[in-house]
Design a protein around this ligand. Sequence first.
Ligand SMILES: Cc1cc2nc3c(=O)[nH]c(=O)nc-3n(C[C@H](O)[C@H](O)[C@H](O)COP(=O)(O)O)c2cc1C
Length: 357
Amino acid sequence: MSDIFSPVRLGEVALANRIVMAPMTRDRAGPGDVPTATMVEYYRQRASAGLIVTEGTQPSPAGKGYWRTPGMHSEEQIAGWRQVAEAVHGEGGRIVVQLMHVGRAAVQANKDPDAETIAPSAIPCPDPIPGPDGIPVATAMPRALVTDEIPGVIAEYVAAARNAIRAGMDGVELHCASGYLPMQFLSSNSNRRQDRYGGPVENRIRFVVETLEALAAAIGPGRVGFRICPGVKFNGMDDADPHETYAALLRAVDGIGLAYCHLIHIPLEGQDALDLVRANWSGAVIENGALTLAKARAVLAAGRAEAVSFAYLYIANPDLVERFGRGAPLARANKANFYTGEGDDARGYTDYPPLTE
Ligand SMILES: Cc1cc2nc3c(=O)[nH]c(=O)nc-3n(C[C@H](O)[C@H](O)[C@H](O)COP(=O)(O)O)c2cc1C
Protein backbone atom coordinates (compact mmCIF):
# COMPACT_ATOMS: atom_id res chain seq x y z
CA MET A 1 0.00 0.00 0.00
CA SER A 2 1.37 3.39 -0.99
CA ASP A 3 0.53 6.57 0.85
CA ILE A 4 -0.14 9.65 -1.28
CA PHE A 5 2.59 11.55 0.62
CA SER A 6 5.26 8.89 0.12
CA PRO A 7 8.07 9.32 -2.44
CA VAL A 8 8.07 7.43 -5.73
CA ARG A 9 10.31 7.08 -8.78
CA LEU A 10 8.83 7.39 -12.25
CA GLY A 11 11.67 6.22 -14.47
CA GLU A 12 14.59 8.58 -13.83
CA VAL A 13 12.40 11.16 -12.08
CA ALA A 14 12.29 10.97 -8.27
CA LEU A 15 9.12 12.50 -6.79
CA ALA A 16 8.84 13.62 -3.15
CA ASN A 17 5.16 12.61 -3.11
CA ARG A 18 2.62 11.01 -5.44
CA ILE A 19 0.59 14.14 -6.13
CA VAL A 20 1.06 15.33 -9.72
CA MET A 21 -0.09 18.63 -11.17
CA ALA A 22 -1.79 17.67 -14.44
CA PRO A 23 -1.04 19.62 -17.65
CA MET A 24 -3.16 22.72 -18.16
CA THR A 25 -3.18 25.09 -21.11
CA ARG A 26 -3.57 28.61 -19.70
CA ASP A 27 -2.87 30.77 -22.80
CA ARG A 28 -0.48 33.22 -21.16
CA ALA A 29 2.76 32.85 -23.14
CA GLY A 30 4.43 36.07 -24.29
CA PRO A 31 5.44 37.26 -27.78
CA GLY A 32 7.26 34.53 -29.70
CA ASP A 33 5.40 31.93 -27.59
CA VAL A 34 8.00 32.48 -24.85
CA PRO A 35 7.24 31.61 -21.18
CA THR A 36 6.87 34.81 -19.13
CA ALA A 37 7.89 35.83 -15.60
CA THR A 38 4.24 35.38 -14.55
CA MET A 39 4.37 31.79 -15.80
CA VAL A 40 7.60 31.25 -13.81
CA GLU A 41 5.78 32.45 -10.69
CA TYR A 42 2.72 30.25 -11.40
CA TYR A 43 4.82 27.09 -11.61
CA ARG A 44 7.01 28.08 -8.64
CA GLN A 45 3.88 28.45 -6.48
CA ARG A 46 2.84 24.88 -7.34
CA ALA A 47 6.28 23.23 -6.90
CA SER A 48 5.32 21.25 -3.78
CA ALA A 49 3.59 18.80 -6.13
CA GLY A 50 5.65 15.62 -6.49
CA LEU A 51 5.71 16.38 -10.21
CA ILE A 52 4.42 19.20 -12.43
CA VAL A 53 3.45 18.40 -15.99
CA THR A 54 3.50 21.72 -17.86
CA GLU A 55 0.79 23.02 -20.11
CA GLY A 56 0.75 21.64 -23.65
CA THR A 57 3.80 23.06 -25.48
CA GLN A 58 4.24 22.99 -29.25
CA PRO A 59 7.35 21.32 -30.66
CA SER A 60 7.12 23.43 -33.84
CA PRO A 61 5.15 26.39 -35.29
CA ALA A 62 2.86 23.93 -37.12
CA GLY A 63 2.14 22.22 -33.81
CA LYS A 64 0.42 25.31 -32.42
CA GLY A 65 -3.35 25.64 -32.60
CA TYR A 66 -4.48 27.73 -29.65
CA TRP A 67 -3.85 31.33 -28.72
CA ARG A 68 -0.74 32.14 -26.64
CA THR A 69 0.44 28.58 -26.00
CA PRO A 70 4.21 28.31 -25.38
CA GLY A 71 6.71 26.59 -27.68
CA MET A 72 9.93 24.59 -27.23
CA HIS A 73 11.57 25.26 -30.59
CA SER A 74 13.41 28.62 -30.27
CA GLU A 75 16.32 29.78 -28.11
CA GLU A 76 14.11 32.43 -26.49
CA GLN A 77 11.55 29.79 -25.53
CA ILE A 78 14.27 27.53 -24.10
CA ALA A 79 15.61 30.47 -22.05
CA GLY A 80 12.09 31.14 -20.73
CA TRP A 81 11.55 27.51 -19.78
CA ARG A 82 14.95 27.46 -18.05
CA GLN A 83 13.61 30.09 -15.63
CA VAL A 84 10.58 27.87 -14.97
CA ALA A 85 12.72 24.75 -14.38
CA GLU A 86 15.08 26.63 -12.03
CA ALA A 87 12.18 28.07 -10.04
CA VAL A 88 10.54 24.66 -9.57
CA HIS A 89 13.82 22.91 -8.74
CA GLY A 90 14.65 25.72 -6.32
CA GLU A 91 11.55 24.72 -4.34
CA GLY A 92 12.51 21.02 -4.44
CA GLY A 93 9.98 20.13 -7.15
CA ARG A 94 10.20 18.16 -10.40
CA ILE A 95 8.85 19.25 -13.78
CA VAL A 96 8.36 17.69 -17.21
CA VAL A 97 7.18 19.49 -20.36
CA GLN A 98 4.10 18.24 -22.12
CA LEU A 99 4.80 18.11 -25.87
CA MET A 100 1.55 18.92 -27.64
CA HIS A 101 1.28 19.03 -31.43
CA VAL A 102 -2.34 19.81 -32.21
CA GLY A 103 -2.29 18.60 -35.82
CA ARG A 104 -5.68 19.47 -37.35
CA ALA A 105 -7.12 20.96 -34.12
CA ALA A 106 -5.87 24.42 -35.07
CA VAL A 107 -7.18 27.89 -35.85
CA GLN A 108 -4.98 29.63 -38.40
CA ALA A 109 -5.32 33.04 -36.70
CA ASN A 110 -3.79 31.58 -33.52
CA LYS A 111 -0.46 30.72 -35.14
CA ASP A 112 2.19 32.12 -37.48
CA PRO A 113 0.61 33.05 -40.82
CA ASP A 114 3.03 30.75 -42.67
CA ALA A 115 2.63 27.79 -40.26
CA GLU A 116 0.82 24.90 -41.92
CA THR A 117 -1.97 22.75 -40.48
CA ILE A 118 -1.15 19.07 -41.01
CA ALA A 119 -2.85 15.80 -40.06
CA PRO A 120 -2.79 12.10 -40.95
CA SER A 121 -5.69 12.69 -43.38
CA ALA A 122 -7.34 15.76 -44.94
CA ILE A 123 -10.34 15.61 -42.60
CA PRO A 124 -10.98 18.78 -40.60
CA CYS A 125 -11.59 18.85 -36.86
CA PRO A 126 -15.40 19.24 -36.57
CA ASP A 127 -15.28 21.10 -33.25
CA PRO A 128 -14.71 24.87 -33.36
CA ILE A 129 -11.73 26.18 -31.35
CA PRO A 130 -11.39 29.62 -29.69
CA GLY A 131 -9.61 32.21 -31.81
CA PRO A 132 -7.49 35.13 -30.52
CA ASP A 133 -10.54 36.85 -29.01
CA GLY A 134 -11.74 33.69 -27.27
CA ILE A 135 -14.71 33.16 -29.59
CA PRO A 136 -14.82 29.64 -31.10
CA VAL A 137 -14.29 29.53 -34.87
CA ALA A 138 -13.96 26.80 -37.50
CA THR A 139 -10.62 25.00 -37.63
CA ALA A 140 -8.27 25.04 -40.62
CA MET A 141 -8.54 22.36 -43.32
CA PRO A 142 -5.50 20.13 -42.73
CA ARG A 143 -3.10 18.88 -45.38
CA ALA A 144 -2.48 15.13 -45.18
CA LEU A 145 1.16 14.34 -44.47
CA VAL A 146 2.89 12.29 -47.17
CA THR A 147 4.70 9.23 -45.85
CA ASP A 148 8.18 10.70 -46.34
CA GLU A 149 7.32 13.74 -44.18
CA ILE A 150 6.50 11.73 -41.07
CA PRO A 151 10.12 11.23 -39.90
CA GLY A 152 10.46 15.04 -40.03
CA VAL A 153 7.49 15.53 -37.70
CA ILE A 154 8.96 12.97 -35.29
CA ALA A 155 12.30 14.81 -35.53
CA GLU A 156 10.55 18.02 -34.41
CA TYR A 157 9.35 16.24 -31.27
CA VAL A 158 12.87 14.92 -30.66
CA ALA A 159 14.42 18.37 -31.07
CA ALA A 160 11.86 19.81 -28.63
CA ALA A 161 12.66 17.06 -26.10
CA ARG A 162 16.38 17.81 -26.38
CA ASN A 163 15.55 21.50 -25.92
CA ALA A 164 13.53 20.66 -22.79
CA ILE A 165 16.53 18.85 -21.33
CA ARG A 166 18.77 21.81 -22.26
CA ALA A 167 16.30 24.04 -20.41
CA GLY A 168 16.86 21.93 -17.29
CA MET A 169 13.56 20.04 -17.40
CA ASP A 170 13.33 16.56 -15.86
CA GLY A 171 11.75 15.07 -18.97
CA VAL A 172 8.84 15.25 -21.40
CA GLU A 173 5.32 13.88 -21.69
CA LEU A 174 3.96 13.07 -25.16
CA HIS A 175 0.35 14.27 -25.41
CA CYS A 176 -1.50 11.42 -27.15
CA ALA A 177 -5.00 12.41 -25.97
CA SER A 178 -7.65 15.09 -26.58
CA GLY A 179 -7.81 14.67 -30.35
CA TYR A 180 -4.36 16.11 -31.12
CA LEU A 181 -1.88 14.83 -33.71
CA PRO A 182 -0.87 11.51 -32.07
CA MET A 183 -4.52 10.67 -31.34
CA GLN A 184 -5.48 11.68 -34.90
CA PHE A 185 -3.17 8.85 -36.03
CA LEU A 186 -4.58 6.42 -33.45
CA SER A 187 -8.30 6.94 -34.12
CA SER A 188 -9.89 5.08 -36.99
CA ASN A 189 -12.17 8.00 -38.00
CA SER A 190 -9.40 10.62 -38.34
CA ASN A 191 -6.80 8.33 -39.93
CA ARG A 192 -7.82 7.13 -43.40
CA ARG A 193 -4.27 6.64 -44.65
CA GLN A 194 -3.43 3.80 -46.99
CA ASP A 195 0.29 3.63 -46.15
CA ARG A 196 1.99 1.90 -43.21
CA TYR A 197 0.68 4.61 -40.82
CA GLY A 198 -3.01 3.97 -41.51
CA GLY A 199 -5.60 1.19 -41.78
CA PRO A 200 -5.23 -1.76 -39.38
CA VAL A 201 -4.43 -1.07 -35.73
CA GLU A 202 -0.75 -2.07 -36.05
CA ASN A 203 -0.40 0.75 -38.59
CA ARG A 204 -2.45 3.37 -36.72
CA ILE A 205 -0.30 2.98 -33.58
CA ARG A 206 2.97 3.29 -35.58
CA PHE A 207 3.31 7.08 -35.38
CA VAL A 208 3.04 7.10 -31.57
CA VAL A 209 5.29 4.04 -31.17
CA GLU A 210 8.00 5.52 -33.42
CA THR A 211 7.76 8.91 -31.69
CA LEU A 212 8.10 7.40 -28.22
CA GLU A 213 11.02 5.23 -29.38
CA ALA A 214 12.73 8.29 -30.87
CA LEU A 215 12.17 10.39 -27.73
CA ALA A 216 13.52 7.55 -25.57
CA ALA A 217 16.61 7.19 -27.76
CA ALA A 218 17.23 10.97 -27.60
CA ILE A 219 16.86 11.75 -23.89
CA GLY A 220 16.59 8.32 -22.23
CA PRO A 221 13.40 6.27 -21.77
CA GLY A 222 13.23 7.09 -18.06
CA ARG A 223 12.63 10.75 -18.90
CA VAL A 224 9.73 10.14 -21.28
CA GLY A 225 6.08 9.66 -20.32
CA PHE A 226 2.92 9.65 -22.44
CA ARG A 227 -0.70 10.63 -21.92
CA ILE A 228 -3.74 8.79 -23.26
CA CYS A 229 -7.52 8.96 -22.94
CA PRO A 230 -9.09 5.85 -24.48
CA GLY A 231 -12.55 6.52 -25.87
CA VAL A 232 -12.59 10.31 -25.61
CA LYS A 233 -14.74 12.05 -28.25
CA PHE A 234 -13.17 15.52 -27.86
CA ASN A 235 -12.09 17.31 -31.08
CA GLY A 236 -14.01 14.89 -33.26
CA MET A 237 -12.41 11.64 -32.14
CA ASP A 238 -14.53 8.52 -32.66
CA ASP A 239 -12.39 5.40 -32.72
CA ALA A 240 -14.28 2.28 -33.85
CA ASP A 241 -12.60 0.15 -31.15
CA PRO A 242 -10.65 2.02 -28.43
CA HIS A 243 -10.01 -1.24 -26.54
CA GLU A 244 -8.20 -2.77 -29.49
CA THR A 245 -6.30 0.47 -30.28
CA TYR A 246 -5.00 1.13 -26.76
CA ALA A 247 -4.29 -2.50 -25.89
CA ALA A 248 -2.13 -2.68 -29.04
CA LEU A 249 -0.43 0.64 -28.32
CA LEU A 250 0.35 -0.17 -24.68
CA ARG A 251 1.75 -3.58 -25.55
CA ALA A 252 3.88 -2.10 -28.32
CA VAL A 253 5.51 0.53 -26.08
CA ASP A 254 5.72 -1.58 -22.91
CA GLY A 255 9.26 -2.75 -23.63
CA ILE A 256 10.78 0.71 -24.16
CA GLY A 257 11.20 1.37 -20.41
CA LEU A 258 9.29 4.66 -20.38
CA ALA A 259 8.81 6.65 -17.15
CA TYR A 260 5.01 6.40 -17.00
CA CYS A 261 1.65 6.19 -18.68
CA HIS A 262 -0.61 9.12 -17.69
CA LEU A 263 -4.25 8.06 -17.99
CA ILE A 264 -7.14 10.51 -18.29
CA HIS A 265 -9.74 8.08 -16.95
CA ILE A 266 -13.19 8.43 -18.50
CA PRO A 267 -16.00 5.87 -18.65
CA LEU A 268 -15.41 3.32 -21.39
CA GLU A 269 -17.95 0.73 -22.46
CA GLY A 270 -16.99 -2.88 -21.86
CA GLN A 271 -13.78 -2.54 -19.84
CA ASP A 272 -12.70 0.07 -17.31
CA ALA A 273 -9.90 2.20 -18.79
CA LEU A 274 -7.54 1.67 -15.83
CA ASP A 275 -8.07 -2.08 -16.05
CA LEU A 276 -7.26 -1.83 -19.76
CA VAL A 277 -3.99 -0.02 -18.96
CA ARG A 278 -3.05 -2.44 -16.18
CA ALA A 279 -3.74 -5.46 -18.38
CA ASN A 280 -1.45 -4.26 -21.18
CA TRP A 281 1.22 -2.09 -19.56
CA SER A 282 3.72 -3.10 -16.88
CA GLY A 283 5.17 0.36 -16.14
CA ALA A 284 4.12 3.11 -13.76
CA VAL A 285 0.67 4.71 -14.11
CA ILE A 286 -0.47 8.22 -13.20
CA GLU A 287 -4.24 8.14 -12.75
CA ASN A 288 -6.24 11.30 -13.57
CA GLY A 289 -9.82 12.45 -13.85
CA ALA A 290 -12.17 14.06 -11.32
CA LEU A 291 -10.19 12.67 -8.38
CA THR A 292 -10.76 13.72 -4.80
CA LEU A 293 -8.25 13.06 -2.02
CA ALA A 294 -10.31 10.05 -0.89
CA LYS A 295 -10.61 8.58 -4.39
CA ALA A 296 -6.92 9.17 -5.06
CA ARG A 297 -5.94 7.42 -1.84
CA ALA A 298 -8.16 4.45 -2.67
CA VAL A 299 -6.57 4.03 -6.13
CA LEU A 300 -3.05 4.19 -4.65
CA ALA A 301 -3.90 1.90 -1.74
CA ALA A 302 -5.25 -0.71 -4.13
CA GLY A 303 -1.96 -0.58 -6.06
CA ARG A 304 -3.80 0.46 -9.23
CA ALA A 305 -1.63 3.53 -9.82
CA GLU A 306 1.80 4.74 -8.70
CA ALA A 307 0.76 8.41 -8.67
CA VAL A 308 -2.37 10.55 -9.12
CA SER A 309 -2.86 13.87 -10.89
CA PHE A 310 -5.11 16.87 -10.37
CA ALA A 311 -5.77 19.65 -12.86
CA TYR A 312 -8.79 21.69 -11.83
CA LEU A 313 -7.86 21.64 -8.11
CA TYR A 314 -4.40 23.04 -8.92
CA ILE A 315 -5.82 26.21 -10.47
CA ALA A 316 -7.03 27.69 -7.18
CA ASN A 317 -4.92 25.66 -4.73
CA PRO A 318 -1.22 26.24 -5.41
CA ASP A 319 -0.41 24.49 -2.12
CA LEU A 320 -2.67 21.49 -2.77
CA VAL A 321 -0.19 19.08 -1.11
CA GLU A 322 -0.22 21.10 2.11
CA ARG A 323 -4.01 21.44 2.05
CA PHE A 324 -4.45 17.70 1.60
CA GLY A 325 -1.96 17.09 4.42
CA ARG A 326 -3.78 19.37 6.83
CA GLY A 327 -7.29 18.43 5.75
CA ALA A 328 -7.79 22.12 4.94
CA PRO A 329 -10.64 23.44 2.79
CA LEU A 330 -10.06 23.74 -0.94
CA ALA A 331 -10.52 27.00 -2.84
CA ARG A 332 -12.75 27.11 -5.93
CA ALA A 333 -11.38 28.23 -9.30
CA ASN A 334 -12.97 30.97 -11.39
CA LYS A 335 -13.66 29.49 -14.84
CA ALA A 336 -13.69 32.95 -16.45
CA ASN A 337 -9.90 33.14 -15.93
CA PHE A 338 -8.89 29.66 -17.11
CA TYR A 339 -7.60 30.95 -20.45
CA THR A 340 -7.48 34.68 -19.91
CA GLY A 341 -6.67 37.13 -17.19
CA GLU A 342 -9.07 39.79 -18.51
CA GLY A 343 -6.38 42.30 -19.35
CA ASP A 344 -4.07 41.07 -16.61
CA ASP A 345 -2.36 37.70 -17.01
CA ALA A 346 -1.95 37.29 -13.25
CA ARG A 347 -5.70 37.46 -12.60
CA GLY A 348 -7.06 34.00 -11.82
CA TYR A 349 -3.54 32.62 -12.37
CA THR A 350 -0.94 33.64 -9.78
CA ASP A 351 -3.28 35.46 -7.37
CA TYR A 352 -4.79 32.40 -5.65
CA PRO A 353 -3.18 32.58 -2.19
CA PRO A 354 -1.71 29.68 -0.22
CA LEU A 355 -3.15 28.84 3.19
CA THR A 356 -2.26 31.27 5.92
CA GLU A 357 -0.93 29.89 9.21
C1 LIG B 1 -7.90 24.84 -18.00
C2 LIG B 1 -7.53 23.43 -18.40
C3 LIG B 1 -6.55 23.24 -19.37
C4 LIG B 1 -6.16 21.95 -19.74
N1 LIG B 1 -5.12 21.79 -20.65
C5 LIG B 1 -4.60 20.55 -20.88
C6 LIG B 1 -3.40 20.38 -21.64
O1 LIG B 1 -2.75 21.33 -22.11
N2 LIG B 1 -2.96 19.12 -21.82
C7 LIG B 1 -3.62 18.02 -21.33
O2 LIG B 1 -3.18 16.88 -21.53
N3 LIG B 1 -4.75 18.15 -20.60
C8 LIG B 1 -5.24 19.39 -20.34
N4 LIG B 1 -6.35 19.52 -19.53
C9 LIG B 1 -6.97 18.33 -18.94
C10 LIG B 1 -6.44 18.08 -17.52
O3 LIG B 1 -5.04 17.82 -17.50
C11 LIG B 1 -7.16 16.89 -16.83
O4 LIG B 1 -6.95 15.73 -17.58
C12 LIG B 1 -8.67 17.11 -16.67
O5 LIG B 1 -8.96 18.44 -16.26
C13 LIG B 1 -9.25 16.14 -15.64
O6 LIG B 1 -8.57 16.25 -14.39
P1 LIG B 1 -9.22 17.02 -13.13
O7 LIG B 1 -10.56 16.37 -12.90
O8 LIG B 1 -8.28 16.85 -12.00
O9 LIG B 1 -9.37 18.47 -13.53
C14 LIG B 1 -6.79 20.81 -19.17
C15 LIG B 1 -7.79 21.02 -18.19
C16 LIG B 1 -8.14 22.28 -17.80
C17 LIG B 1 -9.20 22.46 -16.72
